[in-house]
Design a protein around this ligand. Structure first.
Ligand code: GDP
Ligand code: IMO
Ligand code: MG
Length: 414
């Protein structure tokens, strides 16, 4: 689970943890996600396919809660197969997952353009309109692809979308994309379309370990994030239950992933955002540019008020801290311990995401030493260990993995 605004390093963590699991499953979001994996010289960004795909002996499930753009999924599959060969035995897709139509993307773009300055900063992949059709009970699902009425259903929904699009002052032409979309839909038929909730529950009953891979982050959750500057799915642990069909009583460990600082891409409140040289340094050293859109990410100090809220909402059992190495050269590292608003203390992460709060910072001396070569916790500098201890004490949760570089190998497991 990502505990911030996404891009915490979930892809890397899933790839690192996968050897202990047989099934890796995505349960929400769609191609708005960009999960980076780095092994040696190879780099990969996954959008819809779970990050267990590069490990031998795994089955990767695209669960019912995910929304799928067949064009993007097919492109992704083709580039994975260029690297590792046929993956048709390693990828299954829920019949209940909803399809992103070309017109959903148009609606996303038209809606964002119409919002002007108050735009969400969407990745424009059609996520919001697709989830709207899902909850509005108009959506098209993967299982429909095999129905003889698929073309009729597609055309009916497209017609409805054209009606909506006519209300916007927006030029669009979907002809080319629609052709690619139809071809991609055909190509996806070589993968099993399954009742993934049954598959997953049978696996749980037989003791098969399953790893669910979150997309986005807790502060982008549709209910508990910085609404309306959020995505359109439940990005919290609760989303695993609805997005895979797993009962809450079946959820085991919850790995909460966070960066040693904060980033956000797109609009919306960000209490600890930096607009100075420190912010620029974080962006430069951390290569903070979106994996899906290439947009520069906004940067800021670690925010304990928001992190504690995310730990609580996810029921985190293990924390995983990423990108610790990015802070190597700072003389002073700041962490927001609390917020004030109009001079008064703010107890919890606020309803509006903290638009008007002033963070109260605690300062830590930097460790001023490279962490990226370290593989054992004992070998970390004391100043870094103090930073870790502070976060653990504030969250009442153990940091069990520390990442010190993008590569699989640059990982310290305690
Ligand atoms: P995700 O969406 O949560 O999977 O994260 P992204 O892949 O969008 O962004 C994380 C970025 O940080 C990627 O470029 C990773 O390769 C990189 N990364 C992950 N862990 C570390 C780390 O510990 N140190 C550094 N320097 N980079 C990391
Ligand atoms: P991963 O899984 C970071 C952000 C967008 C925008 C808002 C809504 O890589 O962590 P949407 O396209 O969902 O309508 O956009 O959410 N957003 C992400 N930010 N990482 C992501 O995914 C994101 N997916 C969506 O930038 O602010
Ligand atoms: Mg990402």
């Amino acid at each position: 689970m990502g505990l911030q605004w996404g891009d915490e390093g979930k892809g890397k963590v899933v790839d690192v943890l996968t050897p202990a699991y047989k099934i890796i499953a995505r349960f929400q979001g769609g191609p708005n996600a960009g999960h980076s994996l780095v092994f040696g010289e190879d780099h990969f960004v996954l959008h819809t396919v779970p990050s267990g795909i590069f490990r031998e002996g795994t089955v990767n499930v695209i669960g019912n809660g995910v929304v799928i753009d067949p064009v993007i999924l097919l492109e992704e599959i083709e580039s994975i197969e260029k690297m590792v060969g046929d993956i048709s035995g390693k990828l299954v897709i829920s019949k209940r997952a909803h399809l992103i139509l070309p017109t959903h993307r148009m609606l996303d773009a038209a809606s964002e353009a119409a919002k002007g300055k108050s735009k969400i900063g969407s990745t424009l992949k059609g996520i919001g309109p697709t989830y709207m059709d899902k909850t509005g009970r108009n959506g098209l699902r993967v299982g429909d692809i095999l129905s003889p009425e698929f073309a009729d259903k597609y055309n009916a929904l497209k017609k409805k979308h054209f009606g909506l699009l006519s209300q916007y002052d927006f030029n669009f032409d979907i002809t080319e994309y629609e052709k690619k979309w139809m071809t991609a839909v055909e190509s996806l038929k070589r993968f099993p379309f399954i009742d993934s909730e049954v598959y997953v529950n049978e696996a749980i009953c037989s003791g098969t370990p399953i790893l669910a891979e979150g997309a986005q982050g807790s502060l982008l959750d549709i209910d508990f994030g910085t609404y309306p500057f959020v995505t359109s799915s439940n990005t919290l642990t609760a989303g695993v239950c609805t997005g895979l069909g797993v009962a809450p009583t079946r959820v085991g460990k919850v790995f909460g992933i966070f960066k040693a600082y904060c980033t956000r891409v797109g609009s919306g409140p960000f209490p600890t955002e930096l607009f100075d040289e420190d912010g620029e340094t974080l962006r430069r050293i951390g290569h903070e540019y979106g994996a899906t859109t290439g947009r520069p990410r906004r940067t800021g100090w670690l925010d304990m008020v928001a992190l504690k809220y995310a730990v609580m909402m996810n029921g985190v059992t293990d924390l995983i801290m990423m990108k610790s190495d990015v802070l190597d050269d700072f003389d002073t590292i700041k962490v927001a311990e609390a917020y004030k608003e109009n001079g008064a203390d703010v107890e919890n992460f606020p309803y509006d995401g903290g638009v008007n709060v002033t963070p109260i910072y605690k300062e830590f001396p930097g460790w001023k030493a490279p962490l990226s070569g370290i593989r054992r916790f004992e070998d970390f500098p004391q100043a870094f260990k103090d930073y870790v201890a502070f976060i653990e004490s504030e969250t009442a949760c153990r940091i069990s993995i520390i990442s010190v570089g993008p590569d699989r190998e640059a990982t310290v497991v305690r």
